[in-house]
Design a protein around this ligand. Structure first.
Ligand code: 5AD
Ligand code: SF4
Length: 358
């Protein structure tokens, strides 16, 4: 094995010790902080790393790509995150809420007509949707043959428990960054400790834990990405979404440089090596940065896509970042495009609910 590695390394000018670290991660699914930093800092082994993540993905979660029907049901948010177009101080967007019946109809269309097996309800932190209202929506959607994920922000343990009891299966809450100072600078009024506590409570409530981070916020470092990856392992995440930060003109970070697809893919590939059996989406932000972004992600460790099934009339208003991919698409268009992408990769669409198989 070692002589083979040495030959490959010499042929491709990849430092031998880097290859050894990647090979170790492929077998043991653990790396030290220093090893992560070493791999993140140097780009000579990126293709080798992406291939390794692809192999681990294939071995642990197979060739199926699980589809999640994303419904962005409200763009109203009480928070003021400096990177996000939905922040409460942004007066340049038209705010909307989709009513309960329409949310259900969108879910029903996704499940019955489009054949999707998970519905994701996502919104800003909109206090209009009380626990009672949400539980009513959850119970109704769960009469359909579908798994249900919520992505609605920071809640109490009691609320997470109520959603789970109403039938919700999973919850997404990105930690955004493990750098506490940076988090509290860019998410004014919010506490990193509370966010970490929420992730713990999501697990206690019985919901699958989904988290993730941004890549490319001003001040984020290679070291902090290494910490992010170790954090995902520490919280025993069931799913991790990683997205490059894309500056939005109506936010305080409008002049920032933004993240690159390459770094986001590296953080994602390393996450796959260390958490081999979790669900990892090829994120829309990756596709927004590069037309081939999602395809590259699916070849570098990702096994999930979240086609947007929100009504076309609302989609342009859910502008977390500019140019958010395919905002003029209908639910059926989104799915058609995703199916084509999957077929062109020779992969198949997941037949089950695509829950985390530990
Ligand atoms: N660029 C990329 N991703 C963003 N998000 C919010 N704003 C941006 C942006 N400008 C992400 C955050 C949040 C998720 C719903 O969208 O990570 O958790
Ligand atoms: Fe609100 Fe989420 Fe945007 Fe922050 S990232 S402003 S919580 S929608």
């Amino acid at each position: 094995m070692h002589s083979f590695l040495l030959a490959f390394s010499l042929k491709c000018f990849i430092p031998f010790d880097m290859m050894k670290i990647i090979e170790k991660a492929k077998k043991e699914h653990s790396l030290s902080r220093d090893e992560l930093i070493y791999l993140l800092k140097d780009n000579t082994c990126d293709e080798y790393l992406f291939n390794a993540a692809d192999e681990v993905r294939q071995k642990f979660v197979g060739d199926e790509i699980h589809l999640r029907a994303l419904i962005e049901f409200s763009n109203i948010c009480k928070n003021n995150c400096c990177y996000c177009g939905l922040r409460r101080d942004n007066k340049n967007i038209e705010r909307y809420r989709i009513d309960e019946d329409t949310i259900f109809k969108l879910a029903e269309h996704a499940v019955k007509n489009l054949g999707l097996k998970t519905v994701v309800l996502q919104s800003g932190e909109d206090m209009f949707f009380t626990t009672d209202k949400l539980c009513r929506i959850i119970r109704k959607i769960k009469t359909l043959d579908t798994a249900l994920t919520l992505s609605i922000g920071e809640k109490t343990l009691e609320e997470y428990k109520a959603y789970h009891q109403a039938g919700a299966d999973r919850f997404l809450l990105r930690i955004e960054t493990t750098n506490r100072e940076l988090y509290e600078k860019y998410d004014p009024g919010m506490s990193w400790e509370n966010r970490a506590e929420c992730l713990k409570n999501i697990g206690i409530s019985g919901l699958e834990i989904g988290s993730g981070c941004l890549v490319g916020l001003p001040g984020q470092t290679i070291e902090s990405y290494a910490d992010d990856i170790l954090f995902f392992k520490q919280i025993k995440a069931d799913m991790i979404g990683i997205g490059p930060f894309i500056p939005h003109k109506d936010t305080p970070l409008k002049d920032a440089k933004g993240g690159t697809l390459q770094t986001a893919l590296k953080v994602m590939a390393l996450t796959r090596l260390l958490l081999p059996d979790i669900n990892i989406p090829a994120t829309t932000a990756m596709e927004t940065l590069e037309p081939n972004g999602q395809t590259k992600a699916l070849q570098s460790g990702a096994n999930v896509i979240m086609p947007n099934v929100t009504l076309t009339q609302y989609r342009k208003h859910y502008e977390l970042y500019p140019g958010k991919s395919s905002t003029n698409y209908s639910p059926d268009d989104s799915l058609r495009e995703v199916r084509e992408k999957i077929a062109s990769l020779g992969r198949t669409i997941g037949k089950g609910y695509g829950s985390h198989q530990k």
